[in-house]
Design a protein around this ligand. Structure first.
Ligand code: GSH
Length: 220
């Protein structure tokens, strides 16, 4: 298998994507926690362009950008596939990758309501896809098994919850998005996810502090 190391940050949903994928594949790895306030030389060594985590180092070679890493993991360890076999299904998954709910945390006032509106709009699409669209009847977007799209959306859902609590706006109610809600629950029940997601209270404190910092940064 060769040595596998992951440089990450505990509250980083991009890092969690990589950890969940490796665990689902049963790949053993060493985890190295990086400090965002005091960047180690590792970041500039392995990711000189962005200096961001996650970084996967496989047999001494670095791979960066979480979705690129997910695809690398999929292509390197072929068992327990995270992508469908059929090219059309693969295209579908790639199309849906990367929904933009993360921006709400950084916004306030009118901009924030616009971002919340956008997030709800995306959720409505996802709900419709799960109810009567291309993902109808599936437990996961990947079918009966978790796939790349589940990992990307699922790891982001912790931020969605943190945003809801922090901005005191309900972005998704169970009643309005029952299929999405059921999917989130199935995802969170997976042991590989449970052991990866951060402690809720610690995470909320971090999310609040981060939001405060971002708002101050935006309005000096
Ligand atoms: N597009 C990147 C985003 C990674 C990212 O934003 N990482 C954050 C932590 S969640 C980071 O390393 N921030 C440090 C910094 O920006 O200085 C990915 O998908 O991997």
């Amino acid at each position: 298998m060769g040595s596998v190391k992951v440089h990450g940050m505990w509250a980083c949903s991009y890092t969690q994507r990589v950890l969940v994928a490796l665990k689902l594949k049963g790949v053993e790895f060493e985890y190295i926690e990086e400090d965002s306030s005091d960047k180690s030389p590792t970041l500039s060594l392995y990711n000189p362009i962005y200096e961001k985590v996650p970084i996967l180092v496989h047999e001494g070679k670095a791979v960066v950008e979480s979705v690129v890493i997910l695809e690398y993991i999929e292509e390197t360890w072929r068992h327990d596939p995270l992508m469908p076999e059929n090219p059309y299904d693969r295209a579908l998954i790639r199309f849906w990758l990367g929904p933009a709910v993360g921006s709400i945390l950084q916004l306030s006032g009118e901009e924030q309501s616009a971002a919340i509106g956008q997030a709800r709009e995306s959720l409505r699409f996802i709900e419709a896809e799960l109810t009567e669209g291309q993902f109808k009847g599936r437990k996961f977007f990947g079918g009966n098994h978790v796939g790349i799209l589940d990992i990307v959306l699922g790891c982001g859902s912790f931020w969605l919850k943190a945003m809801e609590e922090d901005v005191e706006v309900k972005i998704y109610e169970e009643e309005a998005f029952p299929m999405f809600h059921a999917w989130v629950c199935s995802f969170e029940e997976l042991p590989q996810v449970k052991e990866t997601i951060p402690d809720a209270e610690k995470f909320m404190d971090y999310a609040k502090a981060l939001r405060k910092m971002m708002l101050n940064f935006g309005n000096p």
